[in-house]
Ligand binder design. Structure first.
Ligand code: ZN
Length: 259
């Protein structure tokens, strides 16, 4: 079955910076969506910050299997109600791929619960992303590493919770290292952080980066039914074994929710 992907783009630097506009005249989100649509199993559409509800309406998210997130200078402009909506869908099982400067996004910080801080330098350095787990689905077809000639540096310490799986570790020309590919599970949802994607370099045209994005979307697809967090009350008479009520009670029969 086709995996439905929504590629979310902040789409600000593409409008304001000549270098970025030159590399991505139709926005980074369209190039990322094109990379995904190269695979017939994936159907990627785009959404941007500037659209009503940032393009992430209830309907769009309900039909999204995997959401990719690229944001940088306008993390604070993302409405809290939309963050809440995305968060709920991740817990239900929607996959989330957070790209490049996404660690400081509201949604990533909310899901991680930590600062997600990192150090950085913009000097066009070479980056080598070493594959830590050659058997992992996200790195199939990649080889031992990805080398990018010009990148922005991100360095440790990276303020994330210990990842469930470490997929890539980067080395930079200036000497720093960084956990540049990592996974977590939150509720039913699978999350992958993938570092490449600084907007002043043509990184989303790189074949290996594009392959990782396609692999990651397939890995992050939802599995099983959507999580229903309705805190259902199980009445005494429906307990698996026969029991009688002992002691005092706070709740009335038939009460729902968790209060
Ligand atoms: Zn950047």
């Amino acid at each position: 079955m086709t995996i439905k992907v929504t590629v979310w783009g902040e789409n600000v630097h593409e409008q304001k910076n000549k270098t970025v506009a030159g590399i991505y005249p139709d926005g980074m989100h369209t190039v990322i969506a094109d990379a995904l649509n190269e695979d017939a199993e994936l159907e990627a559409k785009t959404a941007t910050l500037q659209e009503p509800e940032h393009g992430l309406t209830e309907d769009v998210l309900a039909k999204t299997d995997v959401l990719t997130w690229w944001g940088h200078c306008a993390h604070g402009d993302v409405a809290d109600a939309i963050v809440e909506r995305v968060h709920k869908r991740v817990l239900e099982g929607m996959g989330l791929i957070v790209l490049h400067s996404g660690p400081y996004s509201k949604i990533f910080k909310r899901l991680m619960g930590t600062s997600c801080s990192l150090c950085w330098r913009e000097a066009g350095e070479r980056e080598r992303l070493w594959v830590c787990q050659p058997s992992h689905p996200i790195v199939q077809g990649i080889g031992p590493y990805i080398e990018l000639e010009n990148t922005e540096m991100y360095g440790e310490p990276f303020g994330i919770p210990v990842p469930d799986e470490q997929i890539f570790i980067s080395w930079f020309e200036g000497g720093e290292v960084f956990r540049s590919g990592a996974t977590w599970k939150r509720g039913n949802g699978k999350i992958f952080y993938f570092r490449p994607g600084h907007e002043t370099y043509p990184i989303y045209y790189n074949d290996q980066v594009r392959l990782v994005l396609r692999n990651a979307v397939k890995w992050a697809r939802p599995e099983g039914p959507r999580w229903i967090d309705a805190a259902p009350n199980v009445p005494v008479e429906k307990a698996r074994e026969t029991i009688t009520v002992k002691g005092g009670r706070l709740h009335a029969d038939g009460e729902e929710g968790f209060k």
